[in-house]
Design a protein around this ligand. Structure first.
Ligand code: FBP
Length: 561
């Protein structure tokens, strides 16, 4: 038993997540409807060749009725993979409830600390009391998560061994695009070996970049963006009260800018940078700095020496010259590691000068233009493969320092007369383990319950899909889509591999168009919105409402420009 429980946790433990009508009838009263046969997102022949057993299966939808399925007792294993996202505990609760409802002698095993848990056979068997402690709570602490990858034949063999020992006939992988890609590889492996073990994926990531027609959003995006938007709204009020700071706020989202875009639509800050737009327009770092300076100067003319800038975490890799620099640095640093001369250098000045000499001329110039602390970060933070850890670069500091420098020049030239003082923030971990919003609590519970329905019907290589998400939960549509249908071939570490395609922000999509239509007004006028904290209780139009992103994506009415 947990020693301490907060008032909110106690109240939330009584919350009964809503299920789509089809699933509400009960796990033993479902029928499976087969839809269109699928192919792949792209590179169809390659994907078919790599997944001969899983490729081309149909879309599945569940309806209510009674299907004739041979009854057997089932042991299922579940893994949480990658970064935390609000609602993971409810996925497991939904899976557990469906599994026990189907047959109380079914067992659910939770593998500890991510994919390594199944390879190393570290697990617990869930009991009703254990699950009850985690219903509607945030975090992944129910079993822990990890970033180990389940991707090689050796990993698959170890996983198979564990499954054989526990008599497991299905594995549910709760993860993002990479983990679900690996889930498909594991599913194909089991089929080729005739192992009799199914693999089902569940779409997780606060980044919101695992989505398509059948996966309208990944879970956790709703709650995390609500938490960040509350914080941004509070900061905007503070900025507008003291009228003395520009706040540079970096928001999580390793590649895609969905989080920054959603928070922007909810709070209407003065500036929002969207990486995908930067990439499309080939905007340089100095052009981004000029854009910010222009708005700072316009606001200063109205004596508004304050403001808020939102920056997506992945920005740096979308700026063309920074992308080239990082590639060049990765190559150069790989060699420098074994370089005795570099190792003998003591101060940063010497090291930086040495690295500059190893870079191509244009990259060396870009590197030189960066503030010293960012140059050091680029040399310091390396992942286990020796690559620069882009997500660790303090882009919020980089931009605020470069903006300050440029404003100094503008002041000398007489084109800027304001005062500029900054605060920088990084919002990421603050939102990843928040108690799930009603939407995420319902969605996650439904995804988990539905994952067991896919298991019960003997399917493998599918991802749990619950859609029609802007309608009330009772009208949500539950089913599954083949993981292979979301795949294409991409180059990873120099080799082409099958991967689930990441969904980046679409610049012709309604959410971005809304930002585009309003950002000039938000830049200079008083338009801040304060969405306040996540509402767990209250009228459905306040407490159950989901993201602006999904609402705009599914809206019949287009944004007026
Ligand atoms: P997932 O894609 O695994 O869900 O994780 C996403 C994320 O939250 C990113 O937004 C962020 O860049 C990253 O995790 C941080 O990872 P870590 O938890 O390893 O610091």
């Amino acid at each position: 038993m947990k020693k301490y429980i907060s008032g909110l946790e106690k109240a939330r433990s009584e919350y009964k997540p809503k299920l789509p009508n089809a699933l509400k009838q009960g796990i033993n009263s479902l029928i499976l409807e087969k839809g269109a046969l699928t192919t792949a997102e792209a590179n169809k022949e390659d994907i078919q060749e790599m997944f001969p057993n899983l490729y081309g299966t149909p879309v599945i939808t569940f309806g209510s009725g009674t299907a004739e399925i041979e009854h057997k007792t089932l042991n299922v294993g579940v893994i949480l993979s990658g970064g935390q996202a609000p609602g993971g505990h409810n996925v497991i609760a939904g899976l557990f409830d469906a599994l026990k409802e189907a047959d109380s002698s079914n067992k659910l095993y939770g593998f500890l600390c991510g994919p390594s848990g199944i390879m190393e056979a570290k697990y617990i068997e869930f009991t009703p009391n254990y699950i009850d402690e985690y219903r509607n709570t945030g975090g992944f602490d129910i079993i822990g998560s990890g970033r180990t990858k389940l991707e090689s034949e050796e990993h698959f063999m170890k996983t198979w061994e564990t499954c054989k020992n526990l008599n497991i006939s299905a594995v549910v992988v709760i993860g993002g695009d990479d983990s679900n890609t690996n889930a498909a590889m594991l599913g194909e492996f089991f089929m080729q070996k005739n192992a009799g073990i199914q693999v089902i994926g569940v779409p997780k990531t606060i980044d919101g970049d695992l989505k398509n027609e059948a996966i309208e959003t990944s879970f956790g995006f709703d709650t995390a963006t609500k938490v960040y938007s509350e914080l941004i709204g509070n900061i905007q009020r503070d900025a507008n009260s003291a009228k003395k700071y520009w706040h540079f706020i970096k928001l999580m989202g390793r590649s895609a800018s969905h989080i920054a875009l959603e928070c922007s639509l909810k709070t209407q800050p003065n500036i929002t940078i969207i990486s995908e737009e930067v990439e499309q327009n080939k905007t340089s770092l100095s052009e981004i700095v000029d854009y910010i300076c222009d708005i700072v100067a316009k606001r200063a003319e109205q004596s508004m020496n304050f403001g808020v800038v939102l920056i997506p975490e992945g920005l740096i890799e979308f700026i063309p010259e920074m992308k080239c620099l990082i590639c060049n640095l990765n190559d150069a640093l790989a060699h420098i590691e074994q370089d005795d001369v570099y190792a003998s250098l003591c101060g940063w000045d010497e090291k930086i000068a040495y690295v500059k000499g190893k870079l191509e001329h244009s990259n060396s110039e870009v590197f030189s233009s960066l503030p010293l602390d960012i140059q050091i970060q680029l040399l310091l933070d390396r992942d286990p493969h020796g690559n620069v850890q882009v997500s660790r670069i303090e882009t919020e500091m980089l931009l605020s320092e470069m903006v300050e420098k440029k404003l100094g020049q503008m002041k000398k030239a007489g084109t800027y007369k304001g005062k500029f003082s900054t605060q920088s923030h990084f919002f990421g971990y603050e939102g990843r383990c928040a108690a799930p919003s009603n939407f995420d609590a319902d969605y996650c519970y439904s995804l988990g319950y539905n994952a067991f329905a896919l298991v019960k019907f003997g399917l493998s290589g599918y991802i749990s899909s619950v859609k029609n998400l802007t309608a009330p939960a009772s009208e949500w549509i539950a089913g599954g889509i083949p993981l292979t249908s979301m795949m294409n071939m991409e180059k990873r570490h120099g080799k082409f591999k099958p991967v689930i395609k990441k969904a980046l922000v679409e610049l012709n999509g309604e959410p971005f168009k809304k930002l585009q239509a309003h950002r000039d007004e938000w830049a200079v006028e008083d338009c801040y919105l304060s969405p306040g904290p996540v509402q767990y209780f209250g009228p459905a139009e306040v407490a159950d409402i989901t993201t602006e992103t999904i609402q705009l994506e599914q809206a019949k009415v287009k944004v007026k420009i």
